[in-house]
Design a binder for this molecule. Structure first.
Ligand code: PMP
Length: 427
């Protein structure tokens, strides 16, 4: 596979950007080798600057649920952009976006648009602290909520794959306010709330953990957390930056029938533009400035072009059967991968939620962060490169969820499975 142009770009980039990238996991540090540089993308495919084509299971880390460069999204962006890129005064598309989110996610009676998932989560815990007058927050081992100081404690995603259990630059005085729990452990959560429940402002969780591969909640687990938070007066915050609008139109909260107090979003609601949002009950959100005293702001928040891309994407995913169809494709892919591994005698299992999946080089089941960590990462890395050579781009880390889009049709899945059969045989 020719990668001369990507190599030349990465050499230039490495002089000027830390690690050659603007976000760590992109550097391929965990899987080894060098990243490829994108030239363009369309549907299920990414094309690199050397002319190689890949079936893409990363989808810009989540936004591209309707496939890359969808004509309806591009048209909406082009139409909107001709009227100007940013106004700094309110625009109608922000209102439409707020109406769409609050209609699709009923637990959000009000929302605030921001520019990234990180901004959404750090704003949400500020609201939790401001509204409860408490300081401590609870997060889960392996969950990633962006790079806010309070979240870089036992985090997943790049923090985990780079082996940074914590980050220099995060004051311990702040990190000490973040308590961590093992995901899917009922008793540990009960014990923690029994001990310090009265000090906890909010509990933040990825309802399906997509930043430690793809770990699903045990039956009743999210309900258990809901009850603990209610009992102890802490706010339950669902970080649906990844799961929102993906695992069901209304996200994991719809899939599991749980009503969080606050929710955070990103990725899909921006359709590929830099967008995040947080929302929740009116009584909480009306404490945010300027309606209330909890301060949060953004020069480019609610940007019209970003709103247009997000609204067009939300329209596409409201087509009848959209999510059921994605679920079907996800199963076809994962069943096929498991069968290919079995035929090659490789210990391998998958976890699936609609439109998202995890791959593990170990026997199942995988239900906890410890289970996920026990996957053979070295073997994953060899598999990753073998697949890449065969034109299939998986997330470049053994601990990131993969994403299926509506552009992944039978042909793309068949190509993926053929590549997988050849790749498993090499392991
Ligand atoms: N929360 C979750 C669950 C995420 O997956 C991510 C990013 N992958 C974030 C928050 C942070 O979002 P962003 O990278 O847009 O800041």
């Amino acid at each position: 596979m020719n990668n001369a142009r990507s190599h030349a770009l990465f050499t230039r980039a490495s002089e000027l950007l830390p690690g050659g990238v603007n976000s760590p996991v992109r550097a391929f540090k965990s899987v080894g080798g060098e990243p490829f540089f994108a030239q363009r993308a369309e549907g299920a495919y990414l094309y690199d600057v050397d002319g190689n084509r890949y079936v893409d299971y990363v989808g810009s880390w989540g936004p591209m649920i309707a496939g890359h460069a969808h004509p309806q999204v591009l048209d909406a962006v082009a139409r909107t952009m001709r009227d100007g890129l940013s106004f700094g005064v309110p625009n109608a598309l922000e209102v439409e976006m707020a109406e769409a989110i609050t209609r699709i996610v009923p637990s959000c009676q009000m929302v605030r648009m921001v520019n990234s998932g990180t901004e959404a989560t750090l704003s949400a815990i500020r609201v939790a602290r401001g509204a409860t007058g408490r300081t401590r927050i609870v997060k889960f081992e392996g969950c990633y909520h962006g790079h806010g100081d309070s979240f870089l404690v036992k985090a997943g995603s790049g923090v985990m794959t780079l082996g940074l259990p914590n980050s220099p630059g995060v004051p311990s005085a702040l990190a000490d306010l973040t308590l961590t729990l093992p995901y899917n452990d009922f008793d540990a959560a009960t014990r923690l709330f029994d001990e310090v429940g009265g000090q906890i402002a909010g509990l933040i969780i990825e309802p399906i953990v997509g930043n430690a591969n793809c770990i699903l909640p045990r039956p009743g687990y999210l309900q258990h957390l809901r009850e603990l938070c209610t009992k102890h007066g802490a706010l339950l915050i669902f970080d649906e930056v990844m799961t929102g609008f993906r695992v069901a139109l209304g996200g994991a909260q719809q899939l599991y029938g749980i009503e969080p107090d606050l929710s955070t979003f990103g990725k899909i609601i921006g359709g590929g533009m830099p967008v995040g949002a947080y929302g929740g009950r009116r009584e909480l959100m009306s404490q945010v400035a300027p309606a209330g005293p909890i301060y949060q702001a953004g020069t480019l928040s609610g940007n019209p072009v970003a709103m247009a891309a997000g609204l067009a994407t939300l329209e596409l995913i409201q087509a009848p059967g959209f999510h059921a169809d994605l679920e079907h494709r996800t199963h076809a892919l994962c069943d096929g991968l498991e069968a290919a591994a079995r035929a090659a005698g490789i210990a391998f299992t998958t976890t699936r939620a609609p439109a998202m999946f995890g791959l593990y080089f170990r026997e199942g089941p995988v239900q906890t962060f410890e289970d996920a960590k026990a996957s053979d990462a070295a073997r994953f890395n060899r598999f990753f490169h073998a697949m890449l050579e065969r034109g299939v781009y998986l997330a470049p880390s053994a601990f990131e969820a993969g994403f299926v889009s509506s552009a992944h049709g039978e042909a793309e899945i068949a190509q993926t499975l053929e590549a997988a059969r050849a790749s498993f045989a090499l392991l």
